[in-house]
Design a protein around this ligand. Sequence first.
Ligand SMILES: Cc1cc2nc3c(=O)[nH]c(=O)nc-3n(C[C@H](O)[C@H](O)[C@H](O)COP(=O)(O)OP(=O)(O)OC[C@H]3O[C@@H](n4cnc5c(N)ncnc54)[C@H](O)[C@@H]3O)c2cc1C
Ligand code: FES
Length: 426
Amino acid sequence: MADALILPIGLVTAGLVAARLGVLTIAAWQQATYRREQDRLTLEVMRERIAEAKKRRNENALAWNGLRKFVVKRKVLEAEGICSFYLVAHDRKPLPPFKPGQYLTFRLSIPGRDKPVIRCYSLSDSPRTDQYRVSIKRVGSPPDQPTAPPGLVSNYFHEQLSEGDILDVQAPRGHFFLDVEQERPVVLIAGGVGVTPLLSMVNAVVATRTQRDVLFFYGVRNSREHAFKDTLQEIVSHHSNIRLVVAYSNPQPEDERNEGRDFHHSGRVDIRLIKSYLDSTNYQFYICGPPAMMETLNKQLLRWGVAEHDIHTEAFGPATVSKAFASPQAPQSARASDSAATAISITFAKSGKTCSWSPSAGNLLDLAEAHGVRIDSGCRAGNCGTCVVAVKSGKIQYVTEHGAELEEGTCLTCIAAPEGNIVLDA
Ligand SMILES: Cc1cc2nc3c(=O)[nH]c(=O)nc-3n(C[C@H](O)[C@H](O)[C@H](O)COP(=O)(O)OP(=O)(O)OC[C@H]3O[C@@H](n4cnc5c(N)ncnc54)[C@H](O)[C@@H]3O)c2cc1C
Ligand code: FES
């Protein structure tokens, strides 16, 4: 009887041992596969990091400090009063790539001026190593001051510069750029010549060959000022992920027959138009245009529920910066009421002047100029670094992010507001 049980028990035991061995073998095999996969992923990440580091090293090797000489290779009229300038390095060495949306800073010696003049212009094409392009609108006298001199540098570019001329240029910089590594859908909103950095962004999306959704709103007065019409139409005709909505604020009689083809709406690019094309607020917004348009849209997008960090704006001039003192993002001191802030005193040590500051006085550069204190300026938007002065005592805050590099203890007066009493070395 006992003998009869030995065989089945033996078989069961052997089976159990075999099953156990099988389980252990499978587990060991799974572990080995898992470890191999982990090693492969680690190696892949390391390779990517090395490639990224090499890429950055090459880019840094191509970038330059200070000024580099560029030759105007080509000058092309894009629309009434807007000209593109194609620039190649005078030393013919490759150019560093830039981030789409960044700008170049020019230092120009203009006949009749005792000092060089500085201005920033956005790069309007996607990054290339052989040439850069900027597109410049000729600025006239302000409508309410027709006898004032027209824009100095924009007119110099249009009237005085020819192909073959040489310019001094700083390396590309700026915080207003599109991260092309991301896939999130993006809304680009351009007003007039503010199209330049956004054109660079859409060109960069095309160059990356991704399917990232782009909705491009472009507001211009009419067909005469409609720069880059063919370029943009060509892009949307070949890329179903990119949509273009053009609005003419003041269409001319000759434009009427082209409604639906060259432009889609009469009127401005406003929040109603934008909402009518979007199914949610889950987009990144990039806006560049006249100060009034940017301020209104910024507020309306926030009110609609767009996250603040998803709204990016670029100011082309000082007006936006001055108005920023009234915005919710402005520093605490700047938001204080004028009467409460009159206690803030600013001393310009070199000039021996002390005056009181309130938000209506604008930034520290405006205040200095209003009191006859000379501080050189260029972009008046925190980008070129010309208006830098040392802060001898006290604290300042910026109303907007600055593009210019800064040393400890200095401040860019064109975008600075005081936090309390301060002494500036000016
Ligand atoms: C980051 C950045 C990117 C930019 N990108 C671009 C771009 O891609 N394309 C582009 O076209 N612009 C761009 N700009 C704007 C550009 O830098 C200049 O501000 C613009 O070209 C005007 O410069 P200007 O020298 O011609 O005019 P300014 O000489 O600075 O004059 C500006 C205005 O002031 C008026 N004015 C001058 N003197 C007086 C006076 N005494 N009294 C009353 N009014 C006066 C002029 O008539 C003019 O209307 C950008 C700016 C920044 C900061
Ligand atoms: S004037 Fe250019 S940073 Fe202030």
